[in-house]
Design a binder for this molecule. Structure first.
Ligand SMILES: [Zn+2]
Length: 127
């Protein structure tokens, strides 16, 4: 009632315990309230986790040119006379040098072939 009543608004276990403790007492009250709030389905589905993620997101800092790249695929655009309708953009995260490659189709095969043919064959892969 002091946690999941429509007017209670699902407070955390400490606030729920504070309100319950002001009105009632029983042995093991604190642990019971903590377990009750911890098992609340509504809280589990709607409240953010306060725990740190096991593997925090880290930035990946390249140490030399073309070690780390970011790619973007744009299109489809109107087809050119040479049959190209997509643009593959590859940016070197070390120098910010950007290259663009026209593509006829946007498939995994054409993208990887283009990257390996024009740039990745000269990249350093040490990671
Ligand atoms: Zn709740």
């Amino acid at each position: 009632m002091y946690h999941d009543h429509v007017l209670a608004n699902h407070p955390g276990w400490k606030e729920t315990y504070r309100v319950v403790r002001n009105r009632f007492y029983w042995v093991g009250q604190k642990n019971d309230v903590r377990l009750y709030v911890g098992a609340c389905h509504v809280c589990a589905c709607t409240k953010p986790l306060n725990a740190r993620p096991d593997d925090p997101i880290r930035t990946r800092t390249p140490r030399q040119p073309w070690e780390v790249i970011s790619i973007d695929l744009m299109g489809p655009y109107p087809r050119t006379a040479k049959g190209k309708s997509y643009i593959l953009v590859a940016t070197d995260c070390f120098s910010r040098w950007t290259e663009a490659y026209p593509l006829g189709t946007a498939t995994t095969k054409t993208i990887t072939e283009t990257l390996f043919t024009f740039r990745l064959s000269t990249c350093v892969s040490q990671r």
